[in-house]
Design a binder for this molecule. Structure first.
Ligand code: SF4
Ligand code: SF4
Length: 73
């Protein structure tokens, strides 16, 4: 299962990740962050595939993607 974390205090709401997400699960929050901007948030994290497109397009290093994989060594 993939986990994506958005550091909302760094996000400037440029929407690049929203455009890039193939699952269309990223939106801008109604709330504002400490920059006074609407940050990107996930609508349904369970649909995230961990493709990392949001991480790749974000110019401000807001997104962290971690993958939990079963491995036998
Ligand atoms: S990792 Fe991929 S599916 Fe998940 S939120 Fe980012 S762009 Fe969307
Ligand atoms: S690409 Fe980065 S800065 Fe732009 S809205 Fe998405 S998370 Fe925020």
């Amino acid at each position: 299962m993939a986990k994506v974390f958005f550091d909302k205090e760094r996000c400037k709401g440029c929407e690049l990740c929203i455009t890039a997400c193939p699952k269309k699960i990223i939106v801008l929050s109604q709330e504002v962050n400490s920059l006074g901007l609407h940050p990107a948030v996930l609508t349904d994290g369970s649909k995230c595939t961990g493709c990392g497109f949001c991480f790749l397009v974000c110019p401000d290093l807001v997104v962290t993607v971690s993958r939990e994989e079963n491995s036998n060594g």
